[in-house]
Design a protein around this ligand. Sequence first.
Ligand SMILES: C[S@@+](CC[C@H](N)C(=O)[O-])C[C@H]1O[C@@H](n2cnc3c(N)ncnc32)[C@H](O)[C@@H]1O
Length: 439
Amino acid sequence: MSASADRLTAARLLLRVEEGAFASRLLSGGGRPGVRARVLAVLRWRRRLDAATDPLLGARAGRLDPEVRVALRLGLVETAVLGSPAAVAVDGAVHLVRRLGKGSASGLVNAVLRRAVDAWNRLEENAPPDVLWSHPGWMYRRWCTAFGEDAAREIVRANQRPASVWVWWVRDAEDGGGAAPSLHVVEPHPWCPGAWRAPGDDALMAAEAAAGRAYVQDPASQLVAHLAVALAGKGSLLDLCAAPGGKAVLAARLGGWSEVIACDLSARRLALVRRLARLAGVEVDGVVADATRPAIRQGRAGLVALDAPCSGTGTLRRHPELRWRLDPGAIPERAGVQRRMIGAALGAVAPGGVLLYTTCSLEPEENEEHFEEVPPGFEIVDLVPFLPPGVPVVGTPAGGLRLYPADHWDGFGLHALRRVRWSGATTSRNAITDGDTGS
Ligand SMILES: C[S@@+](CC[C@H](N)C(=O)[O-])C[C@H]1O[C@@H](n2cnc3c(N)ncnc32)[C@H](O)[C@@H]1O
């Protein structure tokens, strides 16, 4: 396929993302590198791309056809970010806008793109960090308030760098994950045991995953499984939001649990957990259940994992369009649901057992603010002694940990509570033992 075909495919995918599709789904399986790079770069740099072209468009900026906007973004990103010669990118965009049925705009695209690279470069001198590093202003300001300007700037920079595909070996993990013998080009993660990538060849890891030999999972997310094993590792593991199953199945591979119970509200997604468990050769019971309601076997799980649905603001490297979709009002809403889930999850923790609460959100409301008051009968667990060496975490004000996104991991929040006093199980309805096994 030629660059022009890649450009057209990328434009069509970007138009679908504008209508609400998820780029990660459209590009699942890897896709052609030329398509993937263009789509992700446009989604990542959208705000700065538009900040460079809008002044050149003048009043037309507000009423551009989506096809013309996409051609402009692709033309500029190819030169400014992906390093194509300007003449190739401009000609490509002019040709593209014709192929998208908007030939009448080809003169405009040509004229704007010829001046847009200079405008892009000038932003370096005078644009605020949220424009320069292409994030919504509200998001950057929120991170400045929560973490300080230096940390916020590091986060927005890290989010602009493409993320590698990291995997763990599904069938070869007894020792914590050795490389598959047929692969000579893989590299271990700096701190996550058993996490591997193929530098410069993400397609190779995508192919290993498609063949069922590897599972693609960000190292920060894999870390949760390692922590679960380090905190307990035997007895019963109850994962209340388990699908698609990376953490529960990896923990099942690594631990010596008496049982692993994986719950999720979605029966469709729970099927993915079962499939992964089969591939990995571990026993995991899948149960459809609502984590906002009292959980299975009150007071009997040694480790309750609650990897709560969240805003996902730690994952913007992999899901660049999320930043444009997220409504700030959704954060307190998600926090409300998480609070109900934590209340229900605590009831399932056995005496001496642990609730491990994690999110791939950076937001304090979705992480430490839930633990400002420690629930009666529990204490905060210091997670640092349980970490593999070298994990660059920072402490949260509630005694938990946060990872900021960086080149080789996503942002994550990690908090744990241990039950130190038992005052008896709650009497409320047991949502899981009364519920549907979803199989
Ligand atoms: C962050 S994902 C979990 C990822 C999973 N732990 C893993 O490692 O693959 C959150 C999950 O929560 C599930 N979920 C959302 N609302 C839920 C609810 N009320 N009860 C149980 N699961 C829920 C979603 O279906 C989704 O699979």
